[in-house]
Design a protein around this ligand. Sequence first.
Ligand SMILES: Nc1ncnc2c1ncn2[C@@H]1O[C@H](COP(=O)(O)OP(=O)(O)OP(=O)(O)O)[C@@H](O)[C@H]1O
Ligand SMILES: [Mg+2]
Length: 445
Amino acid sequence: MLETIRLKNVGPVPQLAMDFAPRLNLITGDNGLGKSFLLDLAWWTLTRTWARETIIPLPGSKAEIFFRYTKKTQPPYEFKSTYDAGRTRWTVKQSRPAIPGLILYAQVDGGFSVWDPMRNYWTDDAPDRPNAFLFKPDEVWRGNEFCKGLLDDWALWQAGNDMSFKVLKQVLGALSPSADELLIPGDLRKLSVKDPQRYPTLRMPYGEDVAVIHASAGMRRVIALAYLLTWAWQEHVESAKLRSENPTREIIFLVDEIEGHLHPRWQRCIVPALLKVMDVLTSSHNSKVQLITATHSPLVLASVESEFDAEKDTWFDLDLEQKQVTLRKRPYFPRGEIGNWLVSEAFDLKEPRSLEGEQAIRAAQAVLDESKPTTKAIEAADKGLRRAGIPDIDPFWVSWGYFMQKHKLDKSEVVRAANSPPLKKARATKPTIKAIRPTKPGAKS
Ligand SMILES: Nc1ncnc2c1ncn2[C@@H]1O[C@H](COP(=O)(O)OP(=O)(O)OP(=O)(O)O)[C@@H](O)[C@H]1O
Ligand SMILES: [Mg+2]
């Protein structure tokens, strides 16, 4: 497992220390603060190859990348790399690196990278061995010089009903959003008379078989993931057999924006599913999976509330503070309703609402907090709440209703304010304050 990355003068954070947890590592942070950058770095430390662009430090700075990961035997492997600007590359240890396990990296654009210790590890007898298998999004589907790609492999596996197809079906099942919406392969199908290809299909809940190239973006992301997991693992096992070695038990899985294209129902279960899918792949319960994933989804954070274990899991949060990017480990605890995740440090929203709703509630809250608010200020806040379309079921109306009553604000004034243009439209669908605020016994209606 990847244990530690420490950086100096590289990327958006001038100094960074990241101590990973052995199982799940969630990374949150605003756009552009370095989540993908950290995944790229994690990939490089484990494989000595770049999955995307080489990371280049700022000119003139003394940049360092220190990393440590566990290997089969103690002590862990570690190295401090410096940037050689003349050769535009990071220094690496001259001796053979230790093997961290099978490394998989799913990028946000649908690209995928695999580093397989059985196939990519450098040996004297195989100097032409590829450093890693890097797939552009289209290559995942159509193949490249190392791999036939999803369309051909799936069709071949299915036609031959071989082991890889059984594994693929299991992985698809494990990554499905629910038992009612299982990803089940349908029959192979030709799509046109001109095209000789027989395409894999998915059996839709409405009974039709839809060619995988026509499947929705969310389904395509997950089936590409399922295919590459199956391909990488099956190839790894075959290669281990050829070399009379045991397959690895360590798998490190890097996933950028894990929720990409997925419906909320699916976002709620994809992380737990990925944590379990390796057991499905390896048909064992003792494979060790470390998942490092970046997310913008409150549902992904909520999805592990029942199983988050501080001994095995952690949450890193990137923030911009006083014009500096900082990375912190945040304490993880269940938040209840999903909206509470939106206002947590992960997403830093002030209110789990629309921007207008947030501004109106904030303005009304400021009036609530004043010791002697003027009628004008109260009316302006009330107008703002209505303009923002705060619905009548919103709990904020309860405290606002009491407040209006406390300040003996005449209903007619409120109605007049609310009816004044341009609020007529919103007012027509909203209840009067009288309708939702509690009335004092004996108060005039
Ligand atoms: N090849 C590179 N060399 C040096 N620094 C880089 C490189 N690629 C990215 N960075 C740094 O990372 C920052 C962008 O971060 P990144 O793409 O990781 O953001 P992100 O948090 O993933 O955002 P988003 O949520 O939008 O995907 C850049 O502003 C730059 O500082
Ligand atoms: Mg990113």
